[in-house]
Design a protein around this ligand. Structure first.
Ligand SMILES: *Cc1c(COP(=O)(O)O)cnc(C)c1O
Length: 397
């Protein structure tokens, strides 16, 4: 290759080396030089593998996508597409595959911005949308119209950790030729593998548990059908959703420890949930593997024994108790994310669920005393101690 000899402007390219770096090099280049028009033609024709322009693909994105493909058990020959954030990938799927006149059904407890897109942006483009209770396949069946093209679900809902009726919904989709898309961010491929449960499309916010260090925003989507998957890729390239090489490189490093982080966070989450369930001042604790969970049987069937790192609980004493708790738990970041190495606390009534009317919120089980915890990697004893004393402080509020 000519450019291995350098160019007039950049005369000293990286030196040749018979040995290879053990880590993936970072490729912060917008463009790749080919030797001749024939060579570029062959690349575009797919006869010769070579990168051309980084919006269309680059090594750091390919390495990261393959790591997620492998976790998700993506069919041979298919590889996912990355975007600059999880919402980029939601957009990639919804706008990349649906057209004016199509109808989309989504869970009424989907991620907030996904709900916004379904309520505001898709209808503007002529795509009909309905939100429904995806914990009930009957409710979903009632929402189906002749033009329903896709159903989008999250398996475990945020923040009340309700489980979708995946088996029932997958059956409906199969019977009616509707695409089933699963946003697997919360459950991760460790807890749930959508393709084993009838999904056609998988979406991730890589920002959360997969990258895991709250220092990168990225998304991923993949369709198991080659033609649909190619459309996802085309729409991504055309709309400029491409993830930056640096972010992919950073996320790759995070992914190397995904299994270990998940197991550690989950083990601590189980202990935290057990402790909270028995603590005076806590009205209710929600964890998928607790027998008190309203869909305990379904959690057993779907989650492969992996309850995950998310725990929700409700304090007695409403907003005053919630304020006292956050003040007393100052060693834990009160921050609207999940899946970081550090434990984070979210208070839906003052953040994600602010704009929902109080009766509607209460109907979802989100009261003023309700907190959602994303458990991280702290020393479990120290973390449990912080929660115990903060709950105690909230009791006096
Ligand atoms: C965070 C999140 C998203 C959006 O991802 P970003 O990377 O923040 O754009 C989508 N779905 C779920 C379930 C999420 O938790």
């Amino acid at each position: 290759m000519k450019n291995s000899k350098g160019s007039l402007m950049r005369p000293f390219p990286a030196p040749e080396s018979a040995s290879r770096p053990v880590t993936t090099p970072l490729f912060p280049t917008a463009v790749y030089a080919s030797d001749t028009p024939d060579m570029l033609d062959a690349q575009y024709a797919g006869e010769l593998h070579g990168y051309t322009y980084s919006r269309e693909g680059h090594p750091n994105a390919d390495v990261l996508a393959r790591m997620i493909d492998r976790l998700e058990g993506v069919p041979e020959g298919i590889t996912g597409t990355l975007a600059g954030s999880g919402m980029g990938s939601v957009t990639n799927v919804l706008m990349g595959l649906l057209a004016a006149g199509d109808h989309l059904i989504g869970g009424s407890q989907l991620y907030g911005q996904t709900l916004q897109m379904m309520k505001r942006d898709l209808p503007r483009l002529g795509i009909e949308t309905s939100l429904t209770d995806t914990t009930s396949a009957e409710a979903v069946a009632e929402a189906i119209r002749p033009n329903t093209k896709m159903i989008l679900i999250e398996v475990v809902s945020n923040p009340t950790l309700a489980l979708a009726d995946v088996a029932g919904i997958a059956e409906l989709c199969k019977a009616k030729g509707i695409l089933l898309a699963v946003d697997n961010t919360f459950t991760t491929p460790h807890g749930f593998k959508p393709f084993d449960h009838g999904a056609d499309i998988v979406i991730h916010s890589v920002t959360k548990l997969l990258a895991g260090h709250a220092d990168v925003l990225l998304g991923y989507c993949v369709a198991k059908d080659p033609e649909l998957n190619a459309r996802l890729k085309q729409f991504n390239v055309c709309t400029g959703m491409t993830a930056s090489p640096f972010d992919c490189w950073q996320a790759e490093r995070g992914m190397l420890t995904f299994d270990l982080r998940f197991e550690r966070a989950q083990a601590t989450a189980v202990r935290l949930a057990d402790m909270l369930a028995d603590l005076p001042g806590v009205k209710k604790t929600i964890y998928p593997l607790h027998t008190s969970h309203p869909q305990y049987q379904r959690a057993q069937a779907l989650l492969n024994g992996q309850g995950g790192n998310m725990v929700s609980f409700e304090l007695d004493g409403g907003r005053a108790a919630a304020n006292a708790f956050a003040r007393a738990a100052e060693a834990i970041s009160f921050a609207p994310t999940l899946g970081d190495v550090a434990t984070t606390l979210s208070h839906p009534a003052s953040s994600s669920h602010r704009c929902i009317s109080i009766p509607e919120r209460e109907a979802q089980g989100v009261s003023e005393g309700f907190y959602r915890v994303s458990v991280g990697l702290e020393d479990p004893e120290a973390l449990l101690a912080v929660f115990a004393q903060a709950v105690e402080a909230a009791r006096g509020a």
